[in-house]
Design a protein around this ligand. Structure first.
Ligand code: KIV
Length: 271
C-alpha cells in the first residue's frame, strides 16, 4: 500500500517517508478557496501558496510586488479549503532577505494569521541566518534553488540556471547546506536534469522540481499553467492538461449570446 494513499493529512514527515519509499510527491500552486478545494479533493500532496500569485492573480510582471498581507490573504483562503494537503506559503520579496528578525516576524504572521503549515524561502547560503531563526521557532522550511524569480533583476532572464560549472557547484553546496540547516524539502527550478538528479541522489530530504527533469522526488507546476488559464505561457517544461482560457471564453460568449437572444433565462430558470 502506498504511503500517500494511507495518510489522512500530509505532513513534512510523510513527504520524507515518500522519498525513502521512492513515491513521487505532487505539488501545485493554489491561491484561493475554490481552486484549493479542487486540488485537495484530487489528492495533491502539497499546495504551494506561491508568490506567483503576483503574476497569476494580480497581473504583475514579476513576483516582487506582492506583499506579506496579500500572501496571508491568499494563504488563509487556501487553508480554509484544505483537508489533506500540506499548505506551504512563500515568504514574499522583502520580507526575509538580509534580516533574520524580519524573516521570523513575517513567518509568525503567516503561521498565526493564515493557519498554514510551512514556509518557503528562495536562496542558499546568503539566507541561512533567516532559515535558522525560522526553524528554531518550530516552523518547517522548504528551500528553493536554481531559478529564483525574486532575483530576476540579478539574473536578467528566466532561462535555465546552473549550466556553468561554478553555478552548478554553488547549487550543490547550497542544497547540502539547506539540508544540514533542517529544511524539509527543496524546490529545484529550471536547472539541467542531470544536476537535479545529482542533487536528489545526494540529499535525504525530498527535491521537488519544476523544469528540472524527471529525477527529482516530486514535481510542481503553477496550476493556472497546467490548466491553460495562462494562455500564452508555454515553456518547454510545461504540460498543459486543459485549455481552460479557450473553454471559459467559449462558455462566456455563449452566455452573452443567450442573454442577448432572450434564450436565458427560460421558464425553468425562473420563479
Ligand atoms: O511561486 C511559485 O509558484 C513557485 C513555484 C514555481 C515553485 O515558487
Amino acid at each position: 500500500m502506498s504511503i500517500n494513499k494511507e495518510v489522512k493529512r500530509v505532513t513534512t514527515h510523510v513527504l520524507q517517508a515518500m522519498k525513502a519509499q521512492q513515491e513521487k510527491i505532487t505539488m501545485l500552486t493554489g491561491y484561493d478557496y475554490s481552486m484549493a478545494r479542487i486540488l485537495d479533493a484530487a489528492g495533491v500532496d502539497v499546495i504551494l501558496v506561491g508568490d506567483s500569485a503576483s503574476n497569476v492573480m494580480a497581473g504583475h510582471e514579476t513576483t516582487l510586488p506582492i506583499t506579506l498581507d496579500q500572501m496571508i490573504y491568499h494563504a488563509s483562503s487556501v487553508v480554509r479549503a484544505v483537508k489533506r494537503a500540506l499548505v506551504v506559503v512563500d515568504l514574499p520579496f522583502g520580507s526575509y532577505q538580509g534580516n533574520s528578525k524580519a524573516a521570523l516576524d513575517s513567518t509568525i504572521r503567516i503561521m498565526k494569521e493564515s493557519g498554514a503549515h510551512a514556509v518557503k524561502l528562495e536562496g542558499g547560503a546568503e539566507i541561512q541566518e533567516s532559515i535558522k531563526r525560522i526553524l528554531t521557532a518550530g516552523v518547517p522550511v522548504m528551500g528553493h534553488l536554481g531559478l529564483t524569480p525574486q532575483s530576476i533583476y540579478k539574473f536578467g532572464t528566466y532561462t535555465v540556471r546552473a549550466r556553468e560549472e561554478a553555478e552548478a557547484q554553488k547549487l550543490l553546496d547550497d542544497a547540502q547546506l539547506l539540508e544540514e540547516l533542517g529544511c524539509f524539502a527543496i524546490v529545484l527550478e529550471k536547472i539541467p536534469a542531470d544536476l537535479a538528479r545529482e542533487v536528489t541522489s545526494r540529499l535525504h530530504v525530498p527535491t521537488i522540481g519544476i523544469g528540472a527533469g524527471a529525477n527529482t522526488d516530486g514535481q510542481v507546476l503553477v496550476t493556472h499553467d497546467l490548466l491553460g488559464i495562462t494562455k500564452d505561457f508555454k515553456p518547454r517544461f510545461l504540460r498543459r492538461y486543459l485549455e481552460l482560457f479557450d473553454l471559459i471564453q467559449a462558455a462566456v460568449e455563449q452566455y452573452i449570446q443567450d442573454v442577448r437572444s432572450r434564450d436565458f433565462p427560460n421558464e425553468q430558470e425562473q420563479y
